[in-house]
Design a protein. Structure first.
Ligand code: PLP
Length: 432
């Protein structure tokens, strides 16, 4: 008998798909099509009027993408999800579904650099102001908000600092004001469950752990389905007022026959329609293959990363190791509350020899790949001061948690002894 509430290992393999009703194909096929034959003009009209949720055009929906969306919504415990072309597109759509010119959002400062640029520059140029606050301080989010604040934004495990924010307290404070919390959970899928902490929306770069094999760029927005937009309608006019771009549809009402999915519906029907950042069916197929083993991979990433953190801590030639399991006090407690079953696959450390030592270390690695990515099955390394954060001044780098000798590692699934051996030989050559 099939259980109603299944475990992540099971959902990752089964949610959103059984076998193809026509061919019996067990693996979801790649539906490489732009469009879908309507059976009648009535059916076509119903689809455009959202009375029939069938496919219209692959910028909006696609059967392969749909499997990925359903599977991820089930894994996350959300009501619906919208897959998009990249993690960056996910952040953009996540905000624009709630905010337009003249509105603002409040975000924690500790963000992926691409999200920082999007928030500080591109959204600002579009008239959406992003107010940055200390992600450790719920009262700072409240203090920065006003009647035009449409959302709060956080990352679960932002690198390089790897400090987990007090997610539940921030989500709760936002809910009292009618403000939803959006959480980028890219670095901690399955480990952290932002919707259970009170977040309304999760976003992912599926490019990282979800895909898991470094093959495909993709992104995802998951609507938790537990935020009552209509309770504070003036806070969310884009969901609760007639939308002139869609025959005056009111998204909270249009979604009613489908469930509590007003946010996901507007994200798809308006932002995918107009912005067009659709995920390709081929990438969705690749990402589905990744999801199937995500519950097995995440614990192994964490186990290997913990061994790396302990190894680096034991080395006298390493000045500091950044990993949640090594944190103390309130920061550590927050990590324990939010991250279950491991502290993630990212490890940072500082070499006392500064920039030169950092670059020498990277050049000495043999097993690790030197790439600007995280969350691959392979171990990856980068020296942020000379690459990802090179455009920042030294003071800005310091504020971001990047010292000249800082090295970021994304620990993969190789045997831990081989990972440690590569780190040891690279340290010996770079510092010794
Ligand atoms: N969010 C986080 C936490 C990331 O690390 C990244 C990419 O590194 C992104 C978003 C952007 O994702 P993508 O590269 O898929 O656009």
């Amino acid at each position: 008998m099939v259980r109603k509430t299944q475990h992540p290992e099971t959902l990752a393999l089964h949610a959103g798909w059984r076998a193809d009703p026509v061919t019996g194909s067990v693996v979801p096929p790649i539906h490489q099509t732009t469009s879908y034959q309507f059976e009648s003009s009535q059916q076509a009209a119903d689809r455009f009027a959202l009375k029939d949720v069938g496919m219209i055009y692959s910028r909006l929906t696609n059967p392969t993408v749909d499997v990925f969306e359903q599977r991820m919504a089930a894994l996350e415990g959300g009501a619906a999800s919208v897959a998009v072309a990249s993690g960056q597109a996910a952040a953009t759509v996540a905000v624009q579904t709630l905010a337009e010119a003249g509105d603002n959002i409040v975000s924690g400062t500790d963000l992926y650099g691409g999200t920082w640029n999007l928030f500080a520059h591109t959204l600002k140029n579009m008239g959406i102001e992003v107010r940055f606050v200390d992600p450790a301080d719920p009262s700072a989010f409240e203090a920065a908000s006003d009647e035009r604040t449409r959302a709060w934004y956080l990352e679960t495990l932002p690198n390089p600092k790897l400090i987990v924010p007090p997610m539940a307290a921030i989500a709760k404070a936002g809910r009292t004001l009618g403000i939803p919390l959006i959480v980028d959970n890219t670095a901690a899928p399955l480990l952290a469950r932002p919707l259970e902490q009170g977040a309304a929306i999760t976003v992912y770069s599926a490019t990282k752990y979800i895909g898991g094999h470094g093959t495909s760029i993709g992104g995802l927005i998951i609507d938790g389905g537990q935020f009552d937009w209509a309770q504070t309608p003036s806070r969310h006019p884009l969901l609760t007022q007639p939308d002139p771009s869609y025959h005056g549809a009111v998204w909270t009402e249009a979604a009613r026959p489908l469930g509590p999915v007003a946010y996901a519906l507007r994200a798809r029907a308006v932002l995918l329609r107009d912005g067009g950042a659709a995920l390709s069916p081929f990438n969705a197929f690749q990402l589905i293959q990744g999801v199937e083993t995500l519950p097995l991979r995440m614990p192994r990433h964490c186990e290997n990363a913990l061994k790396v953190a302990q190894f680096l801590k034991s080395r006298s030639d390493v000045a500091r190791v950044i990993y949640p399991a090594l944190q103390e006090g309130e920061t550590r407690q927050r990590a324990e509350v939010v991250l279950k079953g491991g502290f993630g696959g990212l490890v940072g450390f500082e070499l006392p020899g500064g920039r030169d030592a950092g670059q020498r270390f990277i050049d000495a690695l043999e097993l690790f790949y030197h790439v600007a990515n995280i969350g691959d099955a392979r171990s990856l390394a980068i020296h942020p001061a000379s690459t990802t954060h090179a455009q920042l001044s030294e003071a800005e780098q310091k504020a971001a948690g990047v010292s000249p000798g800082y090295v970021r590692l994304s620990i993969g699934l190789e045997h831990p002894e081989d990972i440690l051996a590569d780190l040891a030989q690279a340290l010996d050559r770079a510092v010794g």
